[in-house]
Design a protein around this ligand. Structure first.
Ligand SMILES: C[S@@+](CC[C@H](N)C(=O)[O-])C[C@H]1O[C@@H](n2cnc3c(N)ncnc32)[C@H](O)[C@@H]1O
Length: 326
């Protein structure tokens, strides 16, 4: 069995710099971590802002248990909410909610999820075809998904979420196996079916593993990730305080597009402005040290501030160009 890898927080420096722009080091700032994971970003934020408190959403019970141990030194400054961040709007609905100074979404799966074969996210190891981030919720497993959806739905998911050119052929092959009573039940069986379906020269030319795109697509569908992001952003703009920032790190072009469009819409509506004209990306040092960061894109939005205050922002007390490569 493969060792379960610890998650290294992505673009941590950039997140802290953005937070420093809105919250004084000594202030009783309130932060929200929408995707707690192993608590890497949370630890960094709580360490940097000694009087701040943090509310953290996490839908994966294993991740919550690990993060709770790692964050236990911070005692009552941390509250872990065992929910999908779709429910972020409930914070804003609370009478005593002060408004968040910073909200972070670090989307996708963690290294712990990816490297544990029992979770079924990995095409590298054999395990049950599960892929649910929330194993206690209502969502069906990846195995159930491919065993119950028709060719058009499967092909749409593989094409739209995975940009897989052979989406239709893979969907057809799946349904054919199913009709023979041989629907894949493990990640190994599913990978073998993909390998059998894709023409050999195509597989040879592919940059990554031939099953990578389809696995990613299936994971996005099983966890309704795009729907969750849309609802989470609605909740975030409501839960952010008067000058709160919303920071989103995404790893998929569809997610980044949703974030970009939403920030544009909020700007047009006069709710605030984007701090990142173009997304920030990790530097080569970070990518070298942590390969999982290579596709990361970070965008940030500040609520309640509509005019670009120029290069030196007095409110942020920092040169915006220092925030990155905007
Ligand atoms: C990339 S990891 C976050 C890692 C974290 N920032 C750290 O430094 O350790 C993403 C985490 O978000 C969780 N997650 C993803 N979508 C979620 C959602 N809609 N609601 C709650 N948690 C979610 C996943 O279960 C996973 O643990």
């Amino acid at each position: 069995m493969a060792a379960v890898g610890v998650h290294v927080p992505v673009m941590e420096r950039e997140v802290l710099e953005i937070y420093e722009g809105v919250a004084g080091m000594d202030s009783e700032a309130v932060f929200v971590d929408a995707t707690l994971g192993a608590g890497g970003h949370a630890l960094a934020v709580l360490g940097k802002f000694p009087r701040a408190s943090l509310v953290a959403f996490e839908q994966d019970a294993d991740a919550r248990a690990l993060a709770a141990v790692r964050l236990s030194v911070y005692g009552s400054r941390v509250r872990i909410v065992p929910e999908n961040f779709r429910r972020m709007a409930t914070l804003a609905g609370r009478e005593d909610w002060p408004g968040a100074d910073g909200i972070l979404f670090d989307l996708g799966v963690s290294n712990m999820q990816l490297t544990d074969p029992e979770r079924g996210f990995s095409f590298q190891d054999d395990g049950p075809l599960d892929m649910r981030m929330d194993q206690d919720g209502d969502s069906i497993t990846a195995g159930e998904f491919i065993a119950t959806r028709g060719v058009p739905e499967l092909a749409r998911v593989f094409r739209e979420y995975g940009e897989e050119r052979y989406a239709y052929q893979i969907a057809k092959a799946l349904v054919r196996e199913r009709e023979r009573g041989e629907s894949p039940a493990t990640t190994g069986e599913f990978t073998a079916l993909i390998r059998k379906t894709l023409p050999a020269p195509v597989q040879r030319k592919m940059g990554g593993h031939p099953a990578r795109r389809v696995f990613q697509a299936l994971r996005i569908a099983v966890n309704s990730e795009l729907e969750a992001l849309n609802e989470g952003l609605d909740g975030a703009i409501a839960a952010a305080g008067r000058t709160g920032v919303i920071v989103v790190i995404s790893y998929h072009s569809l997610e980044d597009r949703i974030v970009k469009r939403r920030f544009l819409k909020w700007s047009t509506e006069g709710l605030g402005r984007a701090l990142t004209k173009r997304p920030f990306t990790p530097g080569s040092d970070e990518i070298e040290a942590n390969r999982s960061s290579r596709s990361a894109k970070l965008r940030a939005f500040i609520k309640g501030e509509t005019a670009n205050k120029g290069k030196k922002s007095r409110r942020h007390g920092q040169d915006e160009s220092a925030l990155g490569k905007a």
